[in-house]
Design a protein around this ligand. Structure first.
Ligand code: CUK
Ligand code: CUA
Ligand code: CA
Length: 658
């Protein structure tokens, strides 16, 4: 995450934010747009929090972008009536909840929470043996980690658009990547990446640079935000100048790391090109600072581009090293080792101070890197970066084709299919819509080019913004979501912890229109909006996919092997296959439960009081749990998931003998 600016825009906390009303003038209107920008462009950055407070209430309407007020909106046209289905899925990270969420648009209804790095006692994630195996355990069977911090979700691609196979998601805390199957919407793999800390940006490739026949995702790129000693084994604790970062390429099928690339500076967000050739990451800490003031020393940081084909050739040729105990081959992508474009693995394009967010336009031509501490967005041309690698540019900075001033605190950009970019302005609490070609003309000196065409107030302090299908070739320019970090007065109060506010904006016309607010629990960072026809889910499982399935209710039994007891169970509404089972105090009990119901939506649950056992089995699914029966007595194992008129009667008894 970016800095939390303590000086929030004051108007956000006092103004009337009814979308039907225009903004109220505030006391700082004397400071015009230009003055404000200059102020931020001076060396006063060390006091940035104060600066933003000082600017509070300044409302830019200039630059040709009169602020949209919503105007008259036919809200009814966005309603999804009872029985109707939505148009889009939104897959959303859950931040430090460690999960992924699915909500749908335009209604904003939340359909599902997918536990990934967290423990979830509804589904049994982190409780069942199968999920613990995916999450990773110590030799004694206890979970290695039960916390996570998901920031970015991105699905697999074919032909530059989503193919409905997988969703990849990062865990910033422990440096893990997870994969969610999109047919079941469940996590099926997690890998802990070596040599990294603060795994933040993640993006799958969109085709293979080495094999033109492979037009689908085979790699997932992972940036690491925090620099550490390499290996991080206790050496160089007090010498941050010796810390470094590596970029990781993970195989999309095995989810194992293929290679790593050491870079200067840090990595934040990640974007991949549509031709598979480049992957890039914005860097806000090229200074290698260990405290925030040191991370703001330079006027420019960078967006680093990795040349995937060259790196993989270097890996193949063995021009690699390893770090500590890790066997993953590492290439040297530092600037000193890559000064010659003819052989360079990496290209560092300078961009203004502490950029955040980098996104590629749906036509594959431009990367938009947001300024964060600069009121600009930097547009980097894909073909010009390739030209640098061919030795045809003098300076990587020549890959920049536009750098429009768009407002304060730009964080993330998204695109429509008409040549417009939509950037969230954290400090201004606005979305700014700007024209890509006009920005390029203005950069070339055309003062008549109208770059900013619209602004819309959002509520409040947006982080990510994303458009419907906007990270694919099929961007459709219908909706933009502003994921706002502060909701304050937009919902009924629920105590000191507020929800966040995910705002749906119609971008199909010339002016952006705010359609509605959806409260979201802390704290999604990013989402993707996927057309519903792309997602094809299963309704029930296949019993044969589970090697330990209890195939018949007649197979229900208790097997003992010393202190190890296995209970084979089935469920079929409204009964479990055994009405009781007996174990002895101290037994190591494994329960294997197969749900024999075949009816769509007929899920059962299984809970054992006082033993921390609670999980569900979906139709035709098998799950297992293991625990020590350490308390003599009678324990009613009951169905937790309402399944039948006799759901409450759906029980079994565990009898633990003293
Ligand atoms: S980061 Cu949170 S708003 Cu983790 Cu994608 Cu920019
Ligand atoms: Cu089975 Cu409730
Ligand atoms: Ca910096």
């Amino acid at each position: 995450m970016f800095l939390r600016f303590t000086g929030l825009k004051r108007s956000s906390f006092t103004g009337n934010h009814d979308v039907t009303k225009t903004k109220e003038p505030t006391e700082n209107t004397a400071l015009d747009d230009a003055g404000r920008r200059n102020f931020l462009n001076t060396a006063a950055f060390a006091g940035l929090a104060g600066a933003s407070l000082g600017l509070a209430g300044c409302q830019p309407d200039g630059e040709g972008g009169a602020t949209s007020t919503g105007g008259s909106i036919d809200y009814g046209k966005y309603q999804v009536h009872p029985g109707q289905l939505d148009e889009y899925y939104a897959f959303s990270s859950g931040g430090h909840s460690g999960e992924v969420r699915i909500y749908v648009l335009p209604s904003g209804r939340l359909l599902k929470r997918i536990p990934v790095f967290n423990i979830d006692c509804m589904t049994g994630w982190g409780i069942t043996n199968e999920s613990k195996k995916i999450l990773g355990t110590h030799p004694d069977g206890t979970l290695k980690y039960w916390t996570g911090d998901t920031h970015h979700v991105h699905p697999s691609y074919t032909d530059g658009t989503y193919d409905g196979r997988y969703l990849f998601v990062n865990d910033k805390i422990h440096g893990r990547i997870a994969r969610v199957r999109l047919d079941t919407m469940e996590c099926d793999k997690i890998t802990e990446l070596p040599n990294i800390q603060g795994f933040h940006g993640i993006f799958p490739d969109k085709c293979d640079p080495l094999d033109s026949a492979v037009n689908y995702t085979t790699r997932v790129f992972c940036g690491s935000e925090f620099h550490t000693p390499l290996p991080n084994d206790g050496r160089d604790l007090d010498d941050p100048t010796r810390y470094s970062c590596v970029f990781t390429c993970v195989d999309a099928e095995t989810l194992e790391p293929r290679w790593q690339c050491q870079v200067d500076g840090n990595m934040d967000l990640v974007a991949t090109s549509y031709d598979g050739k480049l992957v890039c990451s914005n860097q806000y800490n090229t200074e290698g600072g260990a405290v925030f003031a040191d991370m703001m020393l330079r006027e420019r940081d960078a967006c680093v581009f990795l040349n995937v084909a060259r790196i993989e050739a270097a890996v193949k040729a063995g021009k690699t090293f390893t770090i500590g105990d890790s066997k993953v081959p590492v290439v040297d992508g530092t600037q000193a080792a890559n000064a010659d474009p003819a052989t360079a693995l990496t290209c560092y394009v300078p961009v203004p101070k502490n950029p955040h967010g980098v996104n590629i336009s749906p036509d594959g031509r431009y990367y938009a890197c947001s300024g964060k501490l600069s009121p600009t967005a930097t547009l980097i041309a894909h073909d010009r970066v390739l030209q640098w690698f061919e030795g045809r540019l003098q300076d990587p900075r020549e890959a920049v084709v536009a750098e429009p001033e768009i407002g304060l605190g730009p964080l993330h950009s998204a695109f429509d299919n008409r040549g417009f970019c939509y950037t969230t302005l954290f400090l201004d609490s606005q979305i700014v819509k700007w024209n890509i070609e006009a920005a390029i003309k203005a950069y070339q000196g055309d003062s008549s080019a109208q770059v900013v065409v619209d602004r819309l107030d959002v509520h409040y302090q947006p982080g990510h913004g994303f458009t419907s299908m906007g990270e694919t070739r099929e961007a459709d320019g219908k909706y933009f979501i502003s994921d706002n970090k502060f909701a304050k007065d937009r919902f009924l109060p629920v105590g000191p912890l507020h929800p966040e506010n995910s705002q749906l904006i119609d971008i199909s016309g010339d002016k952006m229109k705010l359609v509605h607010d959806t409260p979201v629990w802390s704290e999604p960072h990013d989402s993707i909006v996927v057309r519903r026809d792309i997602i094809k889910t299963r309704q029930i499982y296949n019993m044969d996919d589970f090697p330990h399935a209890v195939k018949s209710p007649l197979d229900c039994r208790v097997e003992r092997n010393g202190r190890k007891v296995t209970v084979y169970l089935t469920s079929q509404a409204p009964t479990f296959g055994l009405t009781e089972f007996k174990v002895k105090r101290g037994d190591e009990v494994t329960i294997i439960l197969t749900n024999h119901d075949k009816v769509e939506d007929l899920t059962h649950g299984f809970a054992i009081p006082k033993h921390n056992i609670n999980f569900i089995v979906n139709p035709q699914e098998t799950k297992s749990v293991a625990f020590i029966a350490d308390k003599p007595g009678v324990y009613w194992c009951y169905c937790t998931h309402f399944c039948h008129a006799l759901h409450l009667e759906m029980r079994s008894r565990m009898l633990v003998e003293a």
